[in-house]
Design a protein around this ligand. Structure first.
Ligand SMILES: CC(C)(COP(=O)(O)OP(=O)(O)OC[C@H]1O[C@@H](n2cnc3c(N)ncnc32)[C@H](O)[C@@H]1OP(=O)(O)O)[C@@H](O)C(=O)NCCC(=O)NCCS
Length: 192
């Protein structure tokens, strides 16, 4: 398989056969003519779309938590961060393709761990799962989650975790629907 790189992340090149342990799920049909498929990130084709998605996702979070920085302000550093995470923790980015358009993505790493020594067991971690507002409620996120799980399992992970803002009720319901239970709680208090 030829690997290409987004800032160093290992991904499948376009046209590559899928690895035997990571196959795209069955496509869903969004409308009469257009199916959605999940495929591996391709730097040449997807970098601009991934950038747009990250900016929109960050601004979505910023609407919930206004102290968070603007999407444009963080996107370059965040893409480099995802790249490093994928490289260091056996991760990948997968894109949801709907006809000509990229409508979402997921970034999952297979093996990471907390920094504190009190919980040393490695786990898989979903850094991001995002679907464009126009395509929410249609099953695209279900497909992305299924592929992220399939990838994590194929890499030997036994636990899958993620973080979510408390105010992100839709995402929290989505995760509950997919069998996640709430695990830790981070509290915040403004100090005047
Ligand atoms: C989180 C996300 C990927 C989920 O994808 P989705 O297509 O919206 O998922 P679903 O439509 O299955 O919605 C999940 C659940 O939220 C609830 N929900 C649906 N519409 C809702 C709405 N307008 N408001 C609140 N909750 C809603 C429902 O309980 C739904 O489950 P159901 O289908 O069994 O009824 C997507 O909403 C998204 O990209 N959000 C912005 C980015 C984000 O928050 N990412 C996660 C960061 S942790």
């Amino acid at each position: 398989m030829n690997d290409v790189s987004l800032h160093g992340a290992t991904v499948c090149a376009p046209g590559d056969a899928w690895p035997s342990n990571v196959r795209p799920g069955s496509p869903i049909v969004i409308d009469q003519n257009t199916a959605v498929v999940i495929r591996r990130f391709d730097a040449a084709r997807d970098t601009a779309s991934l950038r747009d998605c990250v900016i929109d996702q960050q601004n979505f979070h910023r609407n919930l938590e206004p102290s968070w920085p603007d999407g444009d302000a963080i996107v370059d550093e965040y893409l480099a961060y995802l790249d490093a995470e994928c490289t260091n923790h056996r991760g990948c980015v997968m894109m949801a393709q709907c006809g000509e358009h990229t409508v979402g993505f997921v970034c999952v790493v297979a093996a990471t761990r907390g920094e504190s020594p009190d919980d040393p067991a490695p786990f898989a971690w979903i850094h991001d799962i995002y679907v464009r507002a126009t395509h929410r409620g249609a099953g695209v996120a279900d497909m992305l989650m299924a592929e992220a799980e399939r990838f994590a399992r194929s890499e030997g992970a036994q636990v899958l975790r993620l973080g979510v803002l408390d105010r992100n009720e839709r995402a929290r319901r989505f995760y509950a629907k997919h069998g996640f239970r709430e695990y830790t709680h981070v509290s915040t208090k403004p100090l005047e």
